[in-house]
Design a protein around this ligand. Structure first.
Ligand SMILES: Nc1ncnc2c1ncn2[C@@H]1O[C@H](COP(=O)(O)OP(=O)(O)OP(=O)(O)O)[C@@H](O)[C@H]1O
Ligand SMILES: Cc1ncc(CO)c(N)n1
Length: 274
């Protein structure tokens, strides 16, 4: 049994954060463990409050896992503060576990899940340890301090992130809504790159897409897939989860974490080597 860990915030609504991660891990047949960084009072309509967990307690959770389990991949999601980022980075720097960083910054409704001053800590302490980082376009803009409008801007942003010490950058195109396709761009430190294209689903039920994608990626990496295989399979997982969305809540509903196991043979993702 492969054991994986998510370090993230709790979403009481169950569609994003720790809850989305553990559901995805379970569906993808890995044993999920968790370190909770913050609680959110949240549903499909938005986040009404955030309660950060004390840094020392975040550390205790992570140390408890590392002491007892042989963890094959770790992901981070909502980290909230610079102090939490620094403390988990210190612990992760001493263990050699593949790390997937989803640089969560704001919820779909615009509420902040990461303090502004924590961006520097993310870039200086966590990204140098990351195997893969998965920003969406606004997150890539914030991390690099530059606007992204064209493919050349995407390439520039990816190279800036690779220079921070990340091994592989995935810039997700979910926010490029004027496109018939959902295209994600992948860049490796050795210069290789490719894009993944799937059909864009017209739905408002996209709560937790980023968390679910990075959790699937973590599960496949934890199972020993190559980085490229894990990325493509995670794209299929999120594509099916969005396609077969559930009608839950009155706002931006969650995705369907069950869909992949039933429909995985039917999912088409087109890869373009660039
Ligand atoms: N409408 C859609 N149809 C198909 N795929 C989509 C759609 N929206 C997002 N995706 C895909 O979902 C994955 C997550 O991308 P997205 O840009 O939505 O992440 P995110 O903004 O970080 O999510 P979150 O709001 O949970 O933080 C990517 O693979 C992206 O291409
Ligand atoms: C706890 C949490 N993490 C991440 C996101 C981003 O989807 C969210 N809405 N809530």
């Amino acid at each position: 049994m492969h054991i994986v860990t998510t370090i993230a915030g709790s979403d009481s609504g169950g569609g994003a954060g720790i809850q989305a991660d553990l559901k995805t891990f379970q569906e993808l047949k890995v044993f999920g463990t968790s370190v909770i960084t913050a609680l959110t009072a949240q549903n499909t309509l938005g986040v009404s409050d955030v309660l950060p967990i004390e840094v020392s307690f975040v550390e205790k959770q992570l140390k408890a896992l590392i002491e007892d389990f042989s963890i094959s991949a770790v992901k981070t999601g909502m980290l909230f503060s610079s102090e939490i980022i620094q403390s988990i980075a210190r612990i992760l720097a001493d263990v050699n576990i593949p790390l997937i960083v989803d640089p969560v910054m704001i919820a779909k409704g615009g509420e902040s899940l990461l303090q502004q001053e924590a961006i520097v800590a993310l870039c200086s302490y966590l990204l140098p340890l990351a195997t893969i980082v998965t920003p969406n376009i606004p997150e890539a803009e914030t991390l690099t301090g530059r606007k992204i409008k064209t493919f050349a801007d995407i390439q520039d942003a990816a190279h800036t992130l690779l220079q921070m010490g990340v091994q592989c950058v995935i810039i997700k195109g979910g926010h490029l809504t004027d496109n018939d396709y959902a295209i994600d761009y992948v860049f490796f430190e050795d210069g290789q790159s490719f894009s993944m294209q799937s059909s864009r689903i017209a739905t408002k039920n996209t709560h937790g897409t980023g968390c679910t994608f990075s959790a699937a990626l973590t599960a496949f990496i934890g199972r020993g897939f190559s980085i490229k295989e894990a990325i493509v399979e995670a794209k299929k997982y999120i594509q099916l989860a969005i396609t077969y969305d559930l009608s839950i809540g009155n706002g931006h509903g969650p995705t369907n974490h069950f869909a992949y196991q039933k429909y995985k043979e039917s999912c088409e993702v087109i890869i373009h080597e660039t």
